[in-house]
Each structure stands twice: as C-alpha cells, then as structure tokens.
Design a protein around this ligand. Structure first.
Ligand SMILES: Cc1cc2nc3c(=O)[nH]c(=O)nc-3n(C[C@H](O)[C@H](O)[C@H](O)COP(=O)(O)OP(=O)(O)OC[C@H]3O[C@@H](n4cnc5c(N)ncnc54)[C@H](O)[C@@H]3O)c2cc1C
Length: 413
C-alpha cells in the first residue's frame, strides 16, 4: 500500500466499514473521514423500525468516538465536502478547509426522491433517510392520529407497519399495480398486501394523485413553510395530517458529477470500486457497479452491498485487488413480516414456493434456465441463510427438491 493520505467522504454504512477495514490494515493514521451529518456513522435500518416506537431510543453508532481516536482516524463531523479538485488532489469542505488526498473514497449514499409537483419545505411532509429525519418523524407520530404514505416500497411499508402498530390510521398510496413492485415477486407482493390489509392499513394500488391542497401558510403554528391540507386521490379529497414520501432514493452524485467523474444512475465504478479517476474510489448506495455474473450494471441500496463494496475498496487500496462479486442480500421488517431476499430475481423467472416451518412462513425460489438466481423468504430466517449458502456455493438444486419441505436445504449444499 502506498503511504499516502486516504480521505473518505460519507458517514454511512460504507464509510464505517471503510474505516474498520483501513484500521485493521494499519492505515488508520492516514485516514480522514469527512462526514456531512453532525454525528458519527450510525445504523440506518432501525430508523424506519424500532427507533420510531420509543422516544428514548438513540441512533446506534457503528463505533464509539474513542474507537476512531484509537485507530488514529481523523473525523470531521458536520462539515460536508463541497468540492473535489482532482488536479490538486484536495477536497474542499463547506467551511473553506481543504484536505489533501492521495486516494479519495466517495461513500455519499443516496437522498430521498421528492415529488416534483409538491412544494418543498411543507411542515407536515416528511422523508426518511437520516437520524434527524427519524427523530422529527417520531415526534410527529406522537402528535397525529393519521398518516398517509406515498409509495409502497420498503421504507414506506416499514413506516406504515410501525405507525399501524402504534394504533394510528394509515393509508398507503402506490401508483404501481402491486406493492414492492421493483424489488420482489408478484407472489410476495400479494402476501405483503394481504398482511398489511389484515392489519388495518388502507392500501390504494394503481392510485393517482391528481393534486395537492395547501393550507394557508399563515395557519401553520410552527413556522411559515405552510402545510399540506389534503391530496386529491383518484379524484377524491383525502385529508392529510402527515404525509411521508417513500418513493425511493436517488444516488448522491453531485460532488462526483461536478468533479467530472463518470456517472450514470450512480458513480460509475469498475469491479475494484475504482471510478473513472484512478485516484478516486466509490462505494455503497451511490455507485453503479458491474454485476460480473449478470453482465449488466447495478445500483443496490442495502447494508450488505455497502459493507461488501467497502471491503473490496479496502482490498484495492491495500494492494490486494479482489473483484467485487458478492451475492446480494437484503431484509425488511414490516409488522409481523420478516422479509429476506438472497440473490437478484432474473427478468424471466420460473418461481417455485417452498412452505416454511410455520403457517406464516414460506420461500419463493426463482429459477431461469434451470439455474437458481434468487430466494425470497417470509418469516423463514433459516431458509434464507441456507439459500445464501446455496447461491454463494453456486449450487442449483432441482426445484422439486429445493421446494420439498421434507428435504432440508442444508442437505442440498
Ligand atoms: C430508513 C432506512 C431503513 C433502511 N432499512 C434497511 C434494511 O432494513 N436493510 C437493508 O439492507 N438496508 C436498509 N436500508 C438501506 C441502507 O441503510 C443503505 O443501503 C445503506 O445505509 C447505504 O450505505 P451508504 O454508506 O452507501 O450510504 P448512507 O448510509 O446513506 O450514507 C451516506 C452518508 O454520506 C453523507 N454524505 C453525503 N454527501 C456528503 C458530502 N458531500 N460530504 C460529507 N458527507 C456526505 C450522508 O450525510 C450520509 O451520512 C435502509 C435505509 C433507510 C434510509
């Protein structure tokens, strides 16, 4: 490894894993972490789950302040990077400071997608990405009785299930014909829909928002941003106490684009996480990376992907070049549902269902040309673990065997 300064711009899961890997490789004292948020890297998944239920719950840090100090890592909190000068190899911070780098790592994550027709800054319209967002949302969960969620994706449904579990009235508005349409099979979508409807969540599919009715800014007791009074949903007025936008995330590529790095639905990296500038790497939600097995480019938003890409980037920086080729996996918790996905669903899959050990558990196995690509599990954590092992080992058992509950998946490894 060359003896030069490493600067990480980020402060999420990927950045935290970079710090851990570089410290382990003995490079902590050459590492600076530039974190836009005012706190050390923390766990994001609980923010749409347990964190919302308890006022006293605090964000869980990956590592305490003392760990960074012991590892020799310099941490700059609450000062986002605003500029990359590739010629001089320096990063400019918002307060005007400059930090020189030999190698730079972009771990800038994503930001919540917004609705173009909805004015920004309305007091009762929220997004959920950071601990600050979750804290604000938690306070509003206590203040209101009814919640409208736009978007039937993971974050929207996790929030909806949490709010419903607290006894709130919840409406989910989804423009697609099914929930989680971009991420899971129709079988899983149908099951998730049924469970949430049974729990009392009102769900509108193929819904159309025809307009927004704003309250007079002067009526807002908390400030002057104004409030959303109602949405026009499929032609009918639907009053709004609080609206959460859960319509996906966009990769945070502004810095990279301004610096002239190649971006295409994410910062373009190769299998070693190197961008179009050999001195700059990128990891996590902000990247568009090559899927070696699938021969396409991907952008994934998951903790596993952020961690695995960070491990690959550390290997690149320490000279142990190892291409990124991890089996992706993801989880989501929505009320009584624990969903776990291993692998990626192929475009045209043959799907087979394996019953789980309990009445409310099952897995869906996705095959293409007889090859196992993906397994979705509902309340079946052991089957998920075994499915990951099968995929990692490149095993493709016959669907008749894999979906026979009498055959333990372990025996197919
Ligand atoms: C509410 C919520 C729940 C989730 N639940 C799950 C789950 O159950 N399972 C799962 O696998 N995944 C889940 N995810 C997704 C997962 O958290 C992300 O995939 C993961 O956090 C990606 O890590 P990252 O480091 O790439 O980006 P992030 O964690 O988003 O971190 C990016 C960081 O970069 C900082 N940053 C951006 N620009 C700058 C700049 N210019 N200067 C300095 N800092 C900057 C941001 O402030 C942020 O702190 C969830 C995400 C959210 C928001």
């Amino acid at each position: 490894m060359k003896n030069e300064a490493i600067v990480i711009i980020g402060g999420g899961h990927a950045a935290a894993q970079m710090c851990a890997g570089l410290a382990e490789a003995g490079a902590g004292s050459r590492t600076t972490l530039v974190c836009g948020e005012p706190m050390l890297p923390y766990q994001r998944p609980p923010l749409s789950k347990g964190f919302l239920k308890k006022m006293e719950e605090i964000a869980q840090l990956h590592r305490a302040e003392a760990w960074y100090a012991d590892a020799g890592i310099t941490v700059r909190l609450g000062e986002p990077a605003v500029r990359i000068d590739r010629e001089r190899q320096v990063v400019g911070l918002r307060n005007g400071d400059e930090i020189a780098y030999g190698q730079l790592v972009l771990a800038t994550g994503g930001r919540a997608r917004l609705l173009a027709d909805l004015p920004a800054g309305l007091a009762n319209v929220a997004t959920l990405r950071s601990a600050g967002d979750a804290q604000a949302l938690r306070a509003q969960l206590n203040a209101f009785d009814s919640f409208t969620v736009v978007g039937g994706g993971f974050i929207g449904l996790e929030f909806a299930a949490t709010a419903r579990g607290l006894g709130k009235r919840v409406t989910v508005v989804e423009s697609a014909p099914r929930l989680l349409a971009r991420a899971v099979s129709p079988e899983l979508s149908a099951h998730v829909l049924q469970v949430h409807r049974d729990a009392g969540i009102e769900i509108h599919l193929q819904a159309r928002i025809d307009g927004f009715e704003l309250a007079d800014a002067g009526e807002d007791p908390g400030g002057n941003a104004g409030r959303l009074a109602a949405i026009v949903l499929d032609g009918a007025r639907h009053p709004v106490d609080l609206l959460l936008l859960g319509i996906g995330a966009l990769p945070e590529t502004a810095l990279a684009e301004a610096a002239g790095l190649e971006c295409d639905n994410g910062i373009v990296v190769d299998e070693f996480m190197v961008t179009s500038d050999p001195a700059i790497l990128a990891v996590g939600d902000c990247t568009s990376f090559p899927d070696i097995a699938g021969g396409r480019r991907l952008r994934l938003e998951s903790v596993q992907n952020a961690n695995d890409q960070a491990r690959t980037a550390v290997a690149t920086l320490t000279g142990a070049r190892r291409p990124h080729n991890a089996v992706p996996w993801f989880w989501s918790e929505q009320g009584s549902l624990r969903l776990q996905m291993a692998g990626l669903p192929p475009a045209h899959a043959e799907r087979h269902r394996r019953p789980g050990a309990k009445a409310d558990s099952f897995s869906v196995f996705h095959y293409a040309d007889g090859v196992l690509h993906c397994v979705e599990s509902v309340n079946a954590p052991l089957d998920h673990m075994m499915a990951r092992k099968l995929l990692e080992a490149g095993k493709s058992p016959e669907a008749t065997q894999a979906c026979d509950p009498a055959v333990p998946l372990k025996s197919l490894l």
